[in-house]
Design a binder for this molecule. Sequence first.
Ligand SMILES: Nc1nc2c(c(=O)[nH]1)N[C@H]1C(S)=C(S)[C@@H](COP(=O)(O)OP(=O)(O)OC[C@H]3O[C@@H](n4cnc5c(=O)[nH]c(N)nc54)[C@H](O)[C@@H]3O)O[C@H]1N2
Ligand SMILES: Nc1nc2c(c(=O)[nH]1)N[C@H]1C(S)=C(S)[C@@H](COP(=O)(O)OP(=O)(O)OC[C@H]3O[C@@H](n4cnc5c(=O)[nH]c(N)nc54)[C@H](O)[C@@H]3O)O[C@H]1N2
Ligand code: SF4
Ligand SMILES: [Mo]
Length: 684
Amino acid sequence: MPLPANDTLGRPVLLGRQVLEIRPSACPLDCPDACSLAVSVEGDRIVSIDGDHRNPLTAGFICSKVRNFARHAQCDERLSDPLVRTGAKGSGDFAKVSWDVALDLVATRLRDIAKRHGGEAIVPLCYGGSNGALTQDGVDARMFRRLGASRLARTVCAAPSGSAAMGLYGKMPGIALADYEHSALTVLWGCNPSASGIHLVPPLQRARARGAKLIVIDPRRTPLARHADVHLALRPGTDLVVALALARWLFDHGHADLEFLERHATGVEAFRERAQAWTLDRAAAVAEVDIGDLERVAQLYAEASPAAIRCGWGPERNRNGGSAIAAILALPAVAGKFGVLGGGYTMSNGRALALDGEASIAQSEPPTREINMNQVGRALAVGRAGGVFGLFVYNCNPLATLPDQNAVRRGLARTDLFTIVFDQVMTDTARFADVVLPATTFLEHDELRSSYGAMTVQRSRPVVAPFGQSRPNYTVFAQLCERLGLARPDDPTSSDALVAAIVDHSAWPPGAAAALMADDLTQVPAGRVQFVDVFARTPDQKINLFPEALDAEAGGNLYRYQDDPGTPRHPLVLVSPALARQVSSTFGQLDRRPAALHMNPSDAASRGLVDGGRIRVFNELGEVHCSVVLDDDLRPGVVCLPKGLWSHRTQNGATANALCSDALADLGGGATFNDARVQVEAVP
Ligand SMILES: Nc1nc2c(c(=O)[nH]1)N[C@H]1C(S)=C(S)[C@@H](COP(=O)(O)OP(=O)(O)OC[C@H]3O[C@@H](n4cnc5c(=O)[nH]c(N)nc54)[C@H](O)[C@@H]3O)O[C@H]1N2
Ligand SMILES: Nc1nc2c(c(=O)[nH]1)N[C@H]1C(S)=C(S)[C@@H](COP(=O)(O)OP(=O)(O)OC[C@H]3O[C@@H](n4cnc5c(=O)[nH]c(N)nc54)[C@H](O)[C@@H]3O)O[C@H]1N2
Ligand code: SF4
Ligand SMILES: [Mo]
């Protein structure tokens, strides 16, 4: 079907004998692009979903995941009714009940748990299901705060990078993704936009067509690495030493912009001192890359302008992750790459047009204990002091996405743990629930969506009726507040009241709120230049290359490399990157094909493994049984099993997360998924 022009939105269109209406929406999935959508519907049936142009980054195209969203919205696993458990935990045996029965049961049990064990025995477990402001941190937070529940440290993603970006730049907005078109050199550092943010690809291609250079720093030969001028396939977890060596080289070879640093940065000497330990030679040895390639990266970066670094989340997911991101983000400051369109860096743009949801919560946060979501398995352990007896999972599929999967599974299997799972589909986690609540999708509820890539905020309204009995998060948590006696008359509960509270309190540029209300989208336009139009949001507006607080958090070891955790028994690095067909585990029910571990042919040969053979990949935490695919896109020493797989994809139901420990990164309490070290052997 041809792409609808913007002015057809909301109007009926005659297509053959069908009367279609094209309704606007916005994608709230955990993806940097935040596409604006045009949904063709016939009555309550979704006919097609396309991108439109309201968010200019969308540029009229979207990923196939969302183009085919109807498959998710109407799949066999889609939840239509509330369910209560009738069989053993994990068995998936449930009986349908009415919402009244389900909500009464949840309210009664939560009240009992709070009375017997204290509110902190209840843990809300939520993360990336929706980047919409109405599905998280609104009425849900109000309920948990008033219950005195434990707080959740949301650390499974972006915690180390967030700490680093905050410490150095106060999370200054980055180069707009569209402006990569203007860069003469882009460094894609641990970032794979071909899968995880496809709208960066066209600007990169336009830049390439004009002769721009491309460097990809990634242990895998990603689709864009194939066409890069340099692909630095470093050993995972060694970005820190590579970035520090580049910084030292820039200083030593007269490429540091001392004038810029003098005017705009503090902590320069302390940073330089820690970088001093790393020559290019030494870094190349530790990162296991060719010294010639590393020298080429240094030369290209020093010479090019505008030079952009698009930093992804690959470099943060290890023991050195926070320091690594800090060192990477220090490079444009050292090399003086700011001040021109297409020069500087982009990490998360989440604070560019940040939503302030506090007013919509209408309840201050109590100082209850905080549980790091990377260590939920540990927190759920049997007999643990200060035990958890109530777990409320929503916007999250912990069994598929949290570290130490076996510990999470053991916890979920506890018969004395009352678990509620509120989701759109019967996930692996939901099978362990005592009560399952069916959630609407973003096409069926109201939403307000900000983004961490595109600098937009979009309001979207339901375009079709809820599936079965499913309900939106804001409705269900308001109904639970009522039942728990926690509702107050002046609480904002309707979606309009929640949006108004958020919009009124968000500190946006003049006119932004009015624009949002008028055309349902507001944005920071592309074309803004770092250190011309936007500045560091630190208290003194300067870059702090050595934030003391971060050094303290890292035990005095900010920018100090921690060695590889590999052992002779478990020497291989397991990485678990994003899949093009899923968003984390979302849509995982739609793929029924057996998963395969990818491995460099030389690693396979030394283990006697053949392409397609059955293998066991294991370490001291667990094992995964699947097949192996020989793949020279992976560097030797590194194997790959993607994130977010569902249990049906492997022979023993375990996925990469069964091999990931709950050890924390140096900053932000972040996850260390890519520190998993494993061994692989053939299974007869
Ligand atoms: N289709 C799709 N899109 C997504 C997602 C998804 O699951 N699917 N997830 C969304 C979410 S939640 C996020 S956080 C973002 C993530 O966006 P990205 O950061 O772009 O994606 P990742 O696949 O997590 O990691 C990027 C790359 O880092 C590499 N890598 C792994 N370890 C290292 C390392 O130590 N150093 C370096 N330099 N590279 C390393 C991986 O090989 C991978 O190619 O994408 C979002 N978009
Ligand atoms: N091995 C490994 N694991 C990883 C990573 C890795 O690199 N390696 N990276 C991680 C990263 S980057 C992230 S962000 C996390 C994400 O981990 P999760 O937060 O668990 O995200 P999803 O897997 O997308 O699961 C979100 C769930 O929310 C549900 N949902 C969506 N919308 C709604 C709604 O409106 N209401 C309700 N009630 N539910 C809804 C979806 O159906 C889905 O089941 O996973 C992490 N896991
Ligand atoms: S997942 Fe990303 S690329 Fe796909 S429609 Fe949503 S925002 Fe766009
Ligand atoms: Mo993420």
